[in-house]
Ligand binder design. Structure first.
Ligand SMILES: [Zn+2]
Length: 224
């Protein structure tokens, strides 16, 4: 992305962008979906706030807060700001096998909250990459198709899983949902790698291979 484009998206002059260190985290990948561009615009309209990572909502296991807050500080400010306002983390795997939590009101939210479950057992690096991966999903995500008005219903939220479960495995690669999901996974892993995270959730090669496989299956079926 050029300096000019970056300045325009941030509502700043090129000189201010350079003075602030270039905002090099503002990449094409970060704003590769329309909702991500809208989320960036909301952050700009709010005065480009520095997210207070201590406000990230973490439920379940204790003791991993500082590692996750450290991961949030490594995210671009609009992604971390979005996570503080819209993402609820559920940590499980040590004391908790499952959680039934009443969801708290999040700060100044303007979207339905995202719930992210994170296995609390892996080391800090994997834990942080998993969080960055899921925060990137939240930032890029398109709203679930809303069949019942402005509220996202359980049926809306489960729509993708329903399509997947109702589709025979050998036809799954033909569904638009499969290619969308594989593309999303690749984008998210590439963003995590761009942000300096490593581990399974930032393994661009693995997700690129998954995307290639689905594309190849679809091409083969079209030829048949
Ligand atoms: Zn993912």
């Amino acid at each position: 992305m050029t300096l000019d484009e970056r300045a325009r998206l941030l509502g700043l002059s090129c000189r201010d962008v350079l003075r602030a260190g270039g905002y090099t985290w503002l990449t094409d990948l970060l704003v590769s979906t329309r909702p991500a561009r809208a989320r960036l615009a909301r952050w700009v309209a709010a005065g480009r706030p520095a997210p207070n990572v201590g406000d990230i909502c973490i439920l379940g296991e204790r003791g991993r807060e500082s590692a996750l807050q450290a991961a949030a500080r490594r995210l671009p400010a609009p992604t971390a700001w979005h996570a503080v306002r819209h993402v609820i983390l559920l940590l499980i795997g040590r004391e908790y096998r499952g959680i039934c939590a009443r969801l708290p009101a999040l700060r100044g939210r303007n979207e339905a909250p995202f719930v992210v479950a994170i296995d609390a057992r892996p080391d800090d690096q994997e834990l942080q990459t998993t969080f960055a991966h899921e925060a990137a999903h939240a930032f890029l995500s398109r709203p679930a198709a809303r069949r019942h008005g402005p509220v996202v219903t359980l049926a809306d939220a489960q729509g993708y899983e329903r399509v997947r479960l109702a589709t025979p495995a050998d036809e799954w690669s033909d569904c638009p949902e499969a290619i969308d999901q594989a593309l999303d996974e690749w984008r998210v892993a590439a963003l995590c790698a761009q942000w300096g995270f490593c581990g399974a959730g930032a393994d661009v090669g693995r997700y690129a291979a998954g995307l290639q496989r689905i594309r190849a299956l679809r091409a083969a079926r079209r030829r048949a």
